[in-house]
Design a protein around this ligand. Structure first.
Ligand code: BG6
Length: 478
């Protein structure tokens, strides 16, 4: 172990993130305003840990002022959340705004700005209205693309004068990967072609929102529009060509499928060929591809949690099973890896540095920041001291190491502007609900969802105040 101290640049973002559906709860939600997630929770409550879910969440809808006061206490520079598309409108076709919900969003934005926390707003963090899933098969439909752009316009009209950071989607690949590629979530339909169509339509929707944002001049006051992606930092098991190729194909299907069109304006030729070969090409027109080409994002938030290790697929494909990218790869279980056992995710902080270098070298060194990184831990109550403060030293080490590699990437020329922790308070995860806790602030479910800063909250506060990070590292980056 060696101690390292790094200075944090004055304008470097040190913030925290969350989303609407994972915090708000259903207070004030009207009939017909369910999101896809609400519907999944309503249909399949048994898969949600201890029955908790979006219904109660952290009750941020009623307690936002309390949480914002805690953000002030910690000194966050930025806070990201989403607007819940399913609640922002009462009529998705005619884009009729729910004034009560819109007032609440406006209040959150104003309160954040008033205390010096810059709001970052995502237009969708999985909150696809259930109505649009039922009626149009969700993102399968180009009509839904148009409705999303109309919704975005209403949002920009309302808050575009004061919000400087906009994002179309959080992790646009996730819902359809869990639902249509791997059939792990409601409504459990395996359909690789649909997976690819959703991927494409979300890219198209992003480009159309960027186009609208530019045409209407929402960027004139220095505001930017981007996307939050979750590219998986992929390492091949070995240097052998078959493993290298497996990792390369994995990267095409899960990372470059969004990074290339959204940042560079074009799909990789090799990915297009693979889609053709496996008959999963998305429906598209040359006009749409031109919109994608001409409307790339201003910047990108990158969510990074753990590395993905890949080896070549060795089993023969069952011809009766439709194509899945795992035709080419298998996951590789690295012996001796460091683990967060609660979440089952490997801990390897250098992923951030490696992503930083990749963006620098392969993505025109576009402006980016870590939009999520964090550690979900089970049964944190056992770490309480006599004053009932959770002593989450493991989280302090985790953040310290990851922030260190973020700052290293900056030092080595990557255009990285910040680090945002997932999450500000504990909140509801898909299915895992409150099982794994991520927050700087504890939500005590046994005590009316009361809020308490953890040791990491106090530590984060001192890092922000001092603009300096001191961390013990297992090994020095060379
Ligand atoms: C990110 C998502 O992928 O990971 C969040 O943007 C999510 O919504 C976070 O909560 C942590 O993952 P999980 O599954 O433990 O909640």
């Amino acid at each position: 172990m060696a101690k390292h101290t790094m200075n944090i640049p004055a304008d470097f973002i040190i913030g925290a993130a969350s989303s609407a559906w994972q915090t708000e709860g259903w207070s004030g939600k009207r009939e017909g305003q369910d999101s896809y997630l609400d519907k999944w929770y309503i249909n399949d409550r048994h898969v949600w840990h201890n029955g908790y879910g979006p219904a109660g969440a952290t009750d941020f809808y009623n307690r936002c002022s309390e949480d914002i006061a805690l953000m002030k206490e910690i000194g966050l520079t930025h806070y990201r959340t989403s607007i819940n598309w399913s609640r922002f409108l009462t009529d998705y076709e005619n884009v009729v705004v729910d004034e009560t919900y819109a007032d609440y969003v406006g209040r959150v934005i104003d309160e954040l700005i008033a205390i010096g926390v810059e709001p970052m707003i995502c237009l969708e963090h999985y909150e696809l209205p259930a109505y649009l899933l039922d009626k149009y098969d969700g993102w399968s439909s180009k009509h839904v693309v148009e409705l999303f752009v109309k919704y975005a316009e209403k949002v920009f009209e309302r808050y575009g004068d004061r919000v400087k950071h906009w994002f179309t989607f959080n992790e646009p690949i996730v819902v359809q990967t869990r639902v249509y590629l791997d059939a792990l979530r409601y409504p459990y339909e395996q359909n690789t072609r649909k997976w690819m169509q959703w991927n494409y339509n979300k890219t198209l929707a992003t480009a159309k929102c960027v186009q609208l944002f530019k045409e209407k001049g929402y960027g004139k006051n220095g505001a930017k529009i981007g996307v939050i992606l979750n590219p998986e930092v992929t390492y091949a098991r070995s240097s052998a060509p078959h493993d290298q190729y497996a990792a390369h194909v994995y990267d095409l299907f899960y990372n470059r499928v969004f990074m290339d069109p959204m940042i560079k304006g074009e799909y990789p030729e090799e990915l297009l060929q693979l889609m053709e070969k496996h008959d999963i090409t998305f429906e598209h027109t040359p006009e749409e591809l031109a919109i994608i080409k001409n409307n790339t994002v201003d910047y990108a938030g990158i969510n990074l949690y753990y590395p993905h290790r890949i080896k070549a697929q060795t089993k023969a494909w069952n011809e009766n099973v439709p194509f899945h990218p795992s035709y080419y790869y298998e996951h590789f279980d690295l012996p001796g890896k460091k683990m967060n056992k609660s979440r089952g995710w490997e801990i390897y902080p250098k992923i951030i540095y490696d992503m930083g270098m990749r963006i620098k070298n392969e993505y025109n060194n576009i402006e980016w920041f870590i939009s999520e990184n964090g550690m979900g831990i089970e049964n944190e109550a056992v770490f309480k001291n006599e004053e009932q403060i959770i002593q989450d030293d493991y989280r302090i080490s985790f953040i310290g190491e990851h922030l260190y590699y973020t700052l290293k990437a900056v030092e080595d020329g990557s255009n990285c502007k910040g680090y945002m922790l997932w999450a500000f308070t504990d909140n509801v995860s898909p299915m895992n609900a409150f099982k794994n806790r991520y927050g700087l602030v504890e939500i005590n479910l046994e005590n009316g969802r009361s809020r308490h800063l953890k040791k990491s909250g106090h530590w984060y506060k001192s890092v922000i105040a001092d603009r300096s990070l001191t961390v013990d590292l297992d090994e020095e980056y060379k």
